[in-house]
Design a protein around this ligand. Structure first.
Ligand code: GTP
Ligand code: SPV
Ligand code: MN
Length: 592
């Protein structure tokens, strides 16, 4: 039986009924197609999780780490050809090609379904099919949305249990919403298949709220609640319903007076979101009473509230963070978070069974991420995109407001990229429209989070190039549309922690010292900090930033805070050349 041979599925704006019967019918269809030996409906319980972990330990999918130092922690070694998102195999399948836009790979939905169903046919023979009901966002939040992922990977189940609200409560919400006719759930079908890179596709059908992913077990390709649902499909729903689904961390900055401003920041993959979300302020800030609270580290859903402000939730329940570079010095909160109940993927291993990666400390590991005895000649011990999966509630800086069903009000939006040259440490957009222009013009050097060449500058508007589920021209217009008469929109900024000097080293110390830039940003929001007008926006000069105790030469400061007008003219020409691809769909304020 063909999976989608029957009636078309409802689209999000027709808000039609879903019910457990409809879910059951879909599960039955998938089972007929994929032919699993067993079907398991996940309830999310501890007992279920323990049993799954034990069976993965016995078949070698997971290796138990040292219980003395890392209780309940596990190492998973993925297939060596399956270590990152595969953007070249990721498609948005809309009826009209233009709706997916030049920013996405596109395939006709009928063709995509038939290709995928061909791959899925019989693929779960000998395996268990898991049905995972999940909720993105606090279960009681009006901003939250549900989905169901069907997968044959127990590793995916264990990760989804950490990353989402998974199991019985999510299923109850799906049932309730079905009977209230208030919404519908996202259907995600996933199989590891043969883990053959030539038989691997990640397909999105936004008009059907459906995802089909085959041939990869890696995070963003396989944990369908994350990038596939919470960004690609959610961005499509958000446009129809008047909200935003963004690749942003959410962090609360509490000042010495006890007031907390929430900041949402969009940086491309592996460009510092987790680190900024868990920042520990330098000692003198802490002594003065500054505190930083983590709400989310990767995805932000925002909606205008009755007061005109943007209110945001983190749709995730856990962190799927980059391990390499995480240390007691760079990110002590992350390190504290991952001491127990954590799944590590593709890290190295010490001789006493502890996880290890480059940048952690000066120990020498015994094994690399492929399980070979460690030999530096083979490259790093941990894959550069090695990850940890851990519950957000374990983070020492986890915000009390992180699970607030209403979300948190956003005071500032920060865009940022990894730029060795040109882009200064920080600048402020003149207004919302200018902020959208700044976000849309973003670029960043590519990282190991996706397969392909690393370190090449590419345009990555709002850090959403790999994740926007529709035409960027329409997306920019959607962003602009928030500027209504009653809106009290956040101020918009751009930062760059990655400026390099002539010696090829980072000029700015980064990490905790980024607090100094956040202080200026909050000061601008409160009307307390000064700025200088420049052709690219409002910048601090060195006297307007607190740089006390930093060892920065006058030369370094010039590099960080100067505006190179000729360089920016070339940048704008490049941006405009790229905008040509959006034709009529590019909104007027972004032209010229
Ligand atoms: P995704 O999970 O892929 O979306 O990544 P992310 O944006 O959360 O990036 P993350 O915070 O994990 O940082 C990725 C890499 O950037 C790590 O190697 C960090 O050590 C490094 N990094 C983060 N913040 C800074 C900073 O302020 N300065 C410098 N130089 N490096 C940083
Ligand atoms: C990213 O690549 O932006 C990540 C990891 O956060 S993944 O879930 O693989 O997308
Ligand atoms: Mn990310």
């Amino acid at each position: 039986m063909q999976l989608n041979a029957a009636r078309p599925l409802p689209t999000s704006n027709t808000a039609s009924a879903t019910s457990l019967a409809e879910l059951q019918a879909w599960v039955d269809d998938v089972a007929r197609l994929t032919q699993p030996d067993r079907i398991h409906w996940c309830d999310g319980s501890d007992a279920e999780n323990k049993a799954l972990l034990a069976s993965m330990e016995s078949d070698g999918t997971l290796i138990a780490l040292n219980p003395e130092t890392h209780p309940n922690c596990w190492l998973h070694r993925s297939d060596p050809d399956d270590v990152a998102r595969v953007e070249h195999l990721t498609f948005v399948c809309t009826r009209e090609r233009d709706d997916a836009g030049p920013n996405n790979h596109w395939m006709d939905p009928a063709e995509a379904h038939s290709r995928m169903d061909g791959l899925f046919e019989g693929c779960m023979r000998g395996r268990t099919m898991y049905v995972i009901p999940y909720c993105m966002g606090p279960i009681e939040s009006p901003l939250a949305r549900c989905g169901v992922e069907i997968t044959d990977s127990p590793y995916v189940v264990a990760n989804m249990r950490i990353m989402t609200r998974m199991g019985a409560a999510a299923l109850r919400r799906i049932e309730r919403e079905g009977s209230e006719r208030t919404g519908t759930f996202v259907r995600g079908l996933h199989s590891l298949g043969e883990l053959d890179p030539n038989r691997r596709f990640i397909m999105h059908f936004p008009e059907e709220l459906t995802i089909k992913s085959y041939g990869s077990g890696y995070g963003g390709n396989a944990l369908l609640g994350k990038k596939c649902h919470a960004l690609r499909l959610a961005s499509w729903q958000a446009r129809q319903e008047g909200w935003l689904a963004e690749h942003m961390l959410i962090v609360g900055i509490e000042n010495p007076q006890g007031e907390t401003h929430y900041v949402a920041a969009a940086f491309p993959s592996a460009c510092g979101k987790t680190n900024l979300a868990m920042l520990i302020p330098p000692a003198r800030y802490r002594e003065a009473g500054w505190k930083v609270w983590t709400v989310g580290d990767d995805i932000c859903w925002m909606r205008p509230g009755a007061d005109g402000r943007l209110w945001a939730i983190n749709p995730e329940a856990g962190f799927f963070g980059v391990a390499p570079g995480t240390s007691a010095k760079s990110n002590p909160n992350a390190l504290a978070t991952i001491q127990h109940d954590t799944i590590f993927t593709n890290v190295g291993l010490t001789d006493d069974g502890q996880p290890w990666w480059e940048g952690l400390d000066d120990r020498v590991p015994a094994f690399d991420w492929k399980g070979r005895p460690y030999d530096p000649a083979n490259g790093p011990a941990a894959h550069p995109n090695a990850r940890f999966t851990v519950s957000a509630a374990q983070c020492p800086s986890y915000s009390e407001r992180a699970e607030d069903p209403q979300g948190v009000p956003i005071s500032a939006i920060v865009f940022g990229g990894r730029r060795a040259s040109l882009v200064p440490l920080v600048f402020e957009a003149r207004d919302w429209t200018h902020g959208v222009q700044v976000g849309a013009a973003m670029a960043s050097e590519t990282t190991a989070a996706a397969t392909g060449q690393v370190g090449v500058v590419r345009r990555d508007p709002m850090a959403m190039k790999p994740f926007c589920g529709y035409n960027f021209g329409d997306y920019f217009a959607h962003w602009l549309s928030f500027d209504t008469a009653d809106a009290k929109l956040p101020k918009v900024f751009h930062v760059n922690w990655f400026r390099k000097g002539d010696d090829g080293k980072f000029v700015w110390p980064g990490f905790g010292e980024n607090m100094r830039v956040l202080e200026w940003i909050i000061g601008r929001v409160d009307g307390k900090a000064d700025a200088v007008e420049t052709p690219i926006g409002l910048l601090p000069d060195a006297s307007m930033l607190d740089l006390d105790g930093l060892d920065l030469s006058a030369d370094a400061l010039r590099t960080l805070l100067a505006v190179d007008e000729a360089g920016w003219a070339a940048e704008h020409a490049d941006v405009q050349a790229q905008y040509a691809a959006y034709g009529d769909r590019l909104p007027e304020p972004l032209r010229g």
